[in-house]
Every structure is written in structure tokens, then in C-alpha cells.
Design a protein around this ligand. Structure first.
Ligand code: PMP
Length: 416
């Protein structure tokens, strides 16, 4: 098979930037890391940028007038500017640092949601969502008594857009909250079209970009997302970093969530007033090294180019689906490669997904098994769990071959 990888970028050059990849998983067995949907590995530039911050200019931001604090503030705010450009927000005031996707969604639920959702209102979501886009709404619904409805799937693992239109037409929808790319099925949802219909029905849209932002170009204005959230750790950045993007007028109108230092304009014992955006939503000392690290992760991704990364991953997706389809007794979930990110969740008839993952681990292959924080989706598919291999810019086509070989070996061991 021709490896088109080499036509996009030199994979070995990229791999050399990731120290963790160059190791043995067990003595004599090289590591094959296929758990990227859970978290990605970090290039040297990100690790060194965080190290450099702690070694040379560690200080709190926005507060001191000393040189170190000014340097830290410049780096922290510099990361915000990089993020603005990366997702094409119109202003850096629309970029709120969070600890990740989960925090971003909870922030929107507890501010916009708490202020705007009333008994009888409808929040429209999908059955494929990650728990982080279900539970915050359930918690708030228990208090505010709005209704949550879920868009079902078609047989091929894509959203049933006819039902979506119908649910919108039933009325009362204030918010559509939907993932951009599924962390299990890999389905790429038609977010721009979902947003168009939501807006026509007078609803806002929140997009969970945890699995899209690391893997494809994202333009929040082209998508016309009202809120867009993602996590740094899935896109070469550190844990504890993430972003909530929101349209400025919405963010301006929203009350703050957490109270404390930095988010205030003035504090009197009688009451307080709020800082301007984005600081209104960044209470307390933020994750400074993490934000700086995320900025460097974005530099790394942008240098290669998101279209290029997407093309590489598409090649991997096509190849892994083709090879998995050859394996007897194995079923892959989700649509075909043209409508899917580089995620392959599968089950093996008669073998528990955890046993599959354990046998792959013995071959040096790191995958995830379980419900992948999508229990409702697994219920919907009639599964307790699945095994998931997920890919990123540093994965080789030959690693797909190793995966397939290891699956045949697991099958032989179990069906013996
Ligand atoms: N949404 C999706 C689609 C995800 O894949 C994840 C991470 N598995 C999350 C949300 C939650 O992200 P985090 O744990 O970084 O907050």
C-alpha cells in the first residue's frame, strides 16, 4: 500500500518531537499510542515552554508591576491571542481560559443557563454526547425545570437531522448543545447546518469541540457557534488548559460564575462590580503555565497546518476501517471514513472490550476500553462497553498494521 503520509509531512520528523513516543512499552516492545481521544502526547516545545516559565519568569499575572509578572502576563495573554487566531474568534475578549471542555460547559450552564432557562423551556442535545455535555444540563434542569430532549441517530451513526428539525419545530428550544465530533463513533456532525436551523428557531448553539479542534480547522464564525468549548490536553497541550469561546454580546450579558480575585472591577462590603471580558469569567489565579503551554501547542499545530493534519488522519481513518473490516467477528461503530474523525470504536463477538484492551497492551498498543464517558450512547447501541483506537498526527500507517496483527492474535487466543 502506498503511504500517502509521506506526501503530507514527514511523520518521523514529527515523531522525533515527542519524547514519550520513543520508548519501549514493555522490554523489547515499542509503544504504539492509540488513545489520543482520551489525551494526546506533548511535543518538546510545549514541555520546554512550561519548564521555561517555571525556571525563568514564574509569577502571578495581571497583578504585579514587577518584571516577572509583566513577562508572565505577556505570555499568558499572548496565548489568548494565538487561540483567537486559531479558531478565528473576532476578539480576544471572546476567549475565556478554562480547565477544559467540562469546565466550559458547566460555566455556560451555570451562567447563561441559570439566567435564561425557565420551566418548560427545552435544551436540545444528542444521544451521542459525552457525559460532560449531558450532566451539567441535568443538574440545572433538576432546579430550573426545563426539559432536555435528545436527537437520535440513524443506522450509520450520524445524527437524524429530520428528527432534529422536527424537535425544533415542536417549539420552546432555547439551546442546542451538540458535539462537533463524537469521541466514540467519530461522527463529524454538520454543526454549521445545526446552527443555522437553531438560529432560525430562535435558539442558541453550544458546540463541544473537544474532538474537533485538535484534528481539523475550526472557524467559530463560519460555524456561527454561540459558544464553543475545547480542551488543551487533547491537542498537544497540557491538562488543566482549555477554552470557552462565546460571542461577545452573550458573554457581556452573562453573570459571572465563580467569584474571587481578578474577576471584579471593585469590591465593597455592600456589593461588587465585575471586570471586563474575558476576566469576568477568570476568577482567581489561572493555570498560567498551562495556558502558555497551550499557546505553544497551537504554534506546533499551526506550523504543520490543520488541513495537513486532517489529511493525514483521513488516510489513517480510511486505512484502519479497511483493515478492521477484514477481521472476523469484529464490529466497528460509526459512519464511513468520509464522515468520521480518526476514531475507531469496536467490539469483538465474545471477547470483553477490557480483555481486548489488555491483550493489545501486552503488544505495546495503548487503547481505551469502557463506555468512554458516553454511557447513553452505549445504551443506545445496546453495548456495555467498546474498545477504542484513536489516532493523531504522529501515528503511522504501520501502527494500524500492528493493531490488526495484535487483534488477530487476541482472537486466536480467545477462540482457541
Ligand atoms: N467532550 C468530548 C467529546 C470529549 O471527548 C471529552 C474528553 N473525553 C470531553 C468532552 C471532556 O473533556 P475534558 O475531560 O478535557 O474536560
Amino acid at each position: 500500500m502506498e503511504h500517502s503520509v509521506e506526501r503530507t509531512y514527514f511523520i518521523e520528523t514529527v515523531r522525533a518531537d515527542f519524547p514519550i513516543l520513543n520508548q519501549e512499552h514493555h522490554p523489547g516492545v515499542p509503544l504504539i499510542y492509540l488513545d489520543n481521544a482520551a489525551s494526546s502526547q506533548k511535543p518538546r516545545s510545549v514541555i520546554e515552554a512550561m519548564d521555561d516559565y517555571y525556571r525563568r519568569y514564574n509569577a502571578n499575572v495581571h497583578r504585579g508591576i514587577h518584571k516577572l509578572s509583566e513577562q508572565a502576563t505577556a505570555a499568558y495573554e499572548g496565548a489568548r491571542v494565538k487561540i483567537r487566531k486559531f479558531i478565528n474568534a473576532s476578539s480576544k475578549r471572546e476567549i475565556i481560559f478554562t480547565r477544559g471542555t467540562t469546565e466550559g460547559i458547566n460555566l455556560v450552564a451555570q451562567t447563561w443557563g441559570r439566567a435564561n432557562l425557565k420551566p418548560g423551556d427545552v435544551v436540545l442535545s444528542t444521544v451521542m454526547e459525552h457525559h460532560s455535555n449531558i450532566v451539567p444540563w441535568q443538574i440545572l434542569a433538576a432546579e430550573k425545570e426545563f426539559v432536555i430532549k435528545y436527537i437520535p441517530l440513524r443506522e450509520d451513526g450520524t445524527l437524524d437531522m429530520d428528527v432534529y428539525t422536527r424537535l425544533l419545530n415542536e417549539g420552546g428550544v432555547k439551546l442546542v448543545t451538540v458535539m462537533h465530533v463524537s469521541n466514540v463513533l467519530g461522527t463529524i456532525n454538520p454543526v454549521a447546518e445545526i446552527a443555522r436551523q437553531a438560529h432560525a428557531a430562535g435558539a442558541l448553539i453550544l458546540v463541544d469541540g473537544a474532538q474537533s479542534t485538535p484534528h481539523m480547522p475550526v472557524d467559530v464564525q463560519a460555524l456561527d457557534a454561540d459558544f464553543f468549548v475545547f480542551s488543551g490536553h487533547k491537542m498537544l497541550g497540557p491538562t488543566g488548559s482549555g477554552v470557552l469561546y462565546g460571542k461577545r454580546a452573550l458573554l457581556e450579558a452573562m453573570p459571572p460564575w465563580m467569584g474571587g480575585g481578578d474577576m471584579i472591577a471593585s469590591v465593597r462590603l455592600e456589593g461588587s462590580t465585575w471586570n471586563e471580558l474575558p476576566y469576568k469569567f477568570e476568577a482567581g489565579t489561572p493555570s498560567i503555565a498551562e495556558a502558555i503551554g497551550l499557546g505553544y501547542a497551537i504554534d506546533y499545530l499551526a506550523e504543520i497546518g490543520m488541513e495537513t493534519i486532517q489529511a493525514h488522519e483521513h488516510t489513517l481513518t480510511e486505512y484502519v476501517l479497511e483493515r478492521l473490516s477484514e477481521v472476523p467477528d469484529l464490529k466497528v461503530y460509526g459512519p464511513d471514513a468520509d464522515r468520521k474523525g480518526a476514531v475507531a470504536a469496536f467490539t469483538f463477538a465474545g471477547i470483553h472490550p477490557h480483555d481486548v484492551a489488555q491483550m493489545l497492551d501486552a503488544e505495546g498498543i495503548a487503547v481505551r476500553a469502557g463506555h468512554h464517558c458516553a454511557m447513553p450512547l452505549h445504551d443506545y447501541l445496546g453495548l456495555a462497553a467498546s474498545t477504542r483506537a484513536s489516532f493523531y498526527l504522529y501515528n503511522r500507517l504501520s501502527e494500524v498494521d500492528s493493531l490488526i496483527e495484535a487483534l488477530y492474535k487476541a482472537r486466536k487466543a480467545f477462540y482457541r
